[in-house]
Design a protein around this ligand. Structure first.
Ligand SMILES: C[S@@+](CC[C@H](N)C(=O)[O-])C[C@H]1O[C@@H](n2cnc3c(N)ncnc32)[C@H](O)[C@@H]1O
Length: 335
């Protein structure tokens, strides 16, 4: 695994307990004396303001706490934004905090700050999110890849490294940004990847990421589960499908619900609908001795295990916990 550029992102933080007034625009910010307000209203005009990273950070934290964000969350979000924009890690940011903010960042800083105050996820503001040591482009057409999913990738890679030799075909159902399949291809050159998603918007993002990483040979297909891969067999099928029950909407943090695509979050039948569809034809699409890996909701372990065991009675089905000790992954080894 390549070195992580960023520390664990502080994702999906709620802005305080009280919802801030919606749609804060930059001109609602408290005017710091170093900004020309005409610059702020015209974000495309390069700012000639000279502001240090420290001043920009302090201002942002003060604004965020003024709308009810706990100070620690404000610091985390601002540091994530600064280090992500400058492509440096937190330690380097701290060591260089008194330096002048680059002009292009100073130009957009008030706009970004307003977006943060509107509870927009930092990864969408930046346009990229870290996953397994690389930056994946993200926008509201795709789910922001989560650290739990890195653990699923880790599990697949460990198993792959125990086998040698021939190419391995992998189908990623519900690829989103492409984070899972593209990481597998980048980490193991034997992987031949198929990225499937029902959302054209998500596929466009997966394709952009594939191009950035030079993965010209990734097959990107618009597919309702298996619909576009009929007749093919795969050595590995992996999926992190939408798994939140529509009735559990209340459990989802505010900015997730507001900003992330609902096709990536919610599924019928208590959140199990896509696992059911995958399980129904798993025997058909998985090659002999093939394996399937799923990310699951923490309450779905027993149900998904039973479903997969029913679909493939000879298979060895394993449930695994995430770093928080919650049921999070299922592996099916076809017998
Ligand atoms: C939870 S997101 C996972 C995204 C990415 N794989 C990741 O782990 O970050 C689920 C994805 O499944 C896609 N999806 C939802 N229903 C689908 C279906 N019936 N067939 C294929 N993809 C589907 C959504 O568009 C979304 O991109």
């Amino acid at each position: 695994m390549t070195e992580k550029k960023f520390e664990t992102p502080k994702q999906f933080k709620q802005v305080g307990n009280d919802e801030p007034a919606r749609k804060i625009t930059p001109d609602k910010l408290t005017a710091p004396n170093w900004y020309d307000w005409d610059d702020i209203k015209k974000p495309t005009k390069p700012s000639d303001v000279k502001i240090s990273l420290l001043e920009g950070r302090k201002w942002a934290i003060a604004e965020l706490t003024s709308v009810g964000m706990p100070k620690e969350d404000a610091q985390d979000n601002v540091d994530f934004l600064l280090s992500g924009a400058l492509n440096i890690n937190y330690a380097y940011l701290r060591a260089n905090i008194t330096r002048t903010m680059p002009t292009d960042l100073a130009t957009v800083w008030p706009q970004w700050l307003a977006k943060l105050m509107n509870n927009e996820p930092v990864q969408y503001i930046l346009g990229h999110a870290p996953f397994y040591g690389r930056e994946f482009m993200v926008d509201p057409r795709v789910l922001i890849p989560r650290p739990e999913t890195e653990q699923l990738v880790e599990w697949i890679l460990k198993d792959l490294n125990r086998t040698t030799g021939k190419p391995v075909s992998i189908l990623d159902i519900g690829t989103g940004s492409g984070a899972i399949i593209e990481t597998l291809m980048l980490e193991n050159p034997r992987v031949r990847g198929f990225a499937a998603d029902i959302s054209s918007g998500a596929l466009a993002v997966a394709e952009m990421n594939a191009q950035r990483f030079g993965l010209n040979y990734l097959h990107v297909v618009k597919s309702d589960v298996y619909s576009a891969v009929a007749g093919l067999e795969f050595d590995i099928i992996v999926s992190n499908p939408p798994y939140i029950a529509t009735t559990d909407e209340d459990e989802v943090g505010g900015n997730v619900l507001e900003y992330e695509p609902h096709t990536a979050l919610f599924a019928d039948h208590d959140g199990l609908a896509i696992y059911e569809k995958i399980a129904a034809d798993l025997a058909l699409y998985l090659s002999d001795n093939g394996r399937a890996y799923f990310e699951i909701g923490y309450k779905q372990g027993q149900q998904v295990v039973a479903m997969m065991q029913h679909a493939l009675p000879q298979a060895e089905v394993t449930l695994k916990k995430d770093f928080s000790g919650l049921d999070r992954m299922v592996r099916v080894v076809k017998g």
